[in-house]
Design a protein around this ligand. Structure first.
Ligand code: NAD
Ligand code: MG
Length: 389
């Protein structure tokens, strides 16, 4: 039996992970499950998987969680310290599926104990990639990509030499507003942005898909996972979301990874790596699909992609600033304090304002990342307020 924990168990990735674990209970000994406000679901998952411990991120939800777990023998805990303690409980395999920079500290704790970290939480890699990878190396831990594009690249690289990779192409569906004009984008609402044409995901990543901030994070994520030069990472708009990524080699060969838009493939691959197992995902019928289409992304409508390149060029802690500014701008959009297209403007303003701050040049330690994260959220808030006056 392998000991497993799932951070962010009640989210979209978390629920899929719980479902896959539940499908082979004889293989998994579940240690900890964590969630947020939805304690009824968290308790149900913990009972279903016979977890040792359930943790809600919110102290005010502890009483409800305790009540929902009454008589089960499952421990209940709440708050940041409890999340970190859960990440320190020995486990062989840990899913990191909290959304946002909040996933960084638990992910680091999981790596420090030498576990295999299945990393869906791309924000932690964007904010602190060198720190995560260094921690993994020092502890002998393994980081496995769970984002569909990065799982695809990882699979295309099996048996290959990274030295012979010429380029990595990740695809983007284009999200909810793929064909919208700039004028229409300016008036787009959170409800419209939260409808993805192909993938069923959490609200935040769905809106990030519409703004292409998700793809911008993924470009940086590609660099952190595979260590390739920024200029060798390309983004291709592919409305069908069936080809997830392509790896181009020095001899001109291009390896593509295809699959249905179903995260259970990438999650299942990370659960069983280096083996492959039968997974409950639809099999692609390409004759029925008929054709696959591709086009270059329009960086005028989607400035997030240009910003990602600037962030990679700046290096050091600019990834932490970028991610935090993006999270704050998304909050402001959800609160209807700024419009859809203003998110990228706010992020660009924050990056420009922080450019002079020496903090941005510091080493990528947890303390520095948290400091820059905090600073960037403050600057984003200022930028949002200035727009409204
Ligand atoms: P979600 O919003 O559906 O779920 C997020 C989970 O994190 C929930 O369990 C929630 O309770 C928990 N959470 C939220 N804020 C928290 C905090 N401050 N502290 C502790 N826990 C907190 O999100 P999701 O779509 O499942 O995405 C999870 C992660 O996986 C994100 O980093 C996302 O970018 C990445 N990802 C998701 C998909 C997808 O298909 N959903 C695909 C690729 C990558
Ligand atoms: Mg992705």
């Amino acid at each position: 039996m392998r000991r497993a924990s799932v951070f962010g168990a009640t989210g979209s990735i978390g629920c899929n992970t719980v479902e896959l674990i539940a499908a082979s209970p004889e293989e998994w000994d579940v240690v900890a499950l964590t969630g947020g406000h939805n304690v009824a679901l968290l308790a149900e998952q913990a009972r279903r998987l016979h977890a040792e411990l359930a943790v809600t991120a919110h102290a005010e939800c502890l009483a409800d969680l305790r009540e929902a777990l009454a008589g089960s023998g499952i421990e209940a805990a709440a708050g940041q310290a409890a999340l970190l303690e859960a990440a320190e409980r020995q486990a062989d395999w840990i899913m990191s599926a909290i959304v946002g920079a909040a996933g960084l500290a638990p992910g680091l704790k999981a790596l420090e104990q030498g576990s295999t970290l299945a990393l869906a939480n791309k924000e932690s890699l964007v904010a602190a990639g060198p720190l995560l990878m260094r921690t993994a190396r020092q502890a002998g831990a393994t980081v496995l990509p769970v984002d569909s594009e990065h799982s695809a690249v990882f699979q295309a690289l099996v048996g290959e030499d990274l030295e012979q990779v010429e380029r990595i192409v990740i695809t983007a569906s284009g999200g909810a507003f793929r064909d919208w004009s700039l004028e229409r984008l300016a008036a787009a609402t959170p409800e419209e942005a939260a409808c993805h044409p192909n993938w069923d995901m959490g609200q935040r990543i769905t809106i990030d898909s519409a703004s292409l901030f998700n793809k911008a994070l993924e470009v940086i994520e590609t660099r952190e996972y595979f260590g390739v030069a920024p200029e060798s990472i390309e983004v291709l708009v592919h409305p069908e979301s069936l080809v997830h990524a392509l790896v181009g080699f020095v001899d001109g060969g291009l390896m593509a990874h295809l699959g249905p838009p179903d995260m259970r493939h990438a999650i299942g691959y990370a659960m069983h790596w280096p083996e492959r197992r039968a997974l409950p995902v639809e099999r692609l019928d390409l004759a029925r699909v008929g054709s696959l289409t591709f086009r270059a992304p329009d960086e005028v409508r989607w400035p997030a992609l240009r910003l990602a390149r600037e962030v990679m060029a700046a290096g050091a802690l600019s990834g932490a600033a970028f991610n935090a500014a993006k999270e704050a701008a998304l909050d402001a959009f959800l609160e209807r304090r700024i419009g859809f297209a203003e998110m990228a403007e706010v992020v660009e303003e924050v990056l420009a304002r922080l450019d002079g701050e020496t903090a941005l040049c510091a080493d990528v330690t947890l303390e520095h990342v948290m400091e820059v994260d905090h600073l960037a959220r403050q600057r984003a808030d200022e930028a949002v307020r200035e727009r409204r006056t």
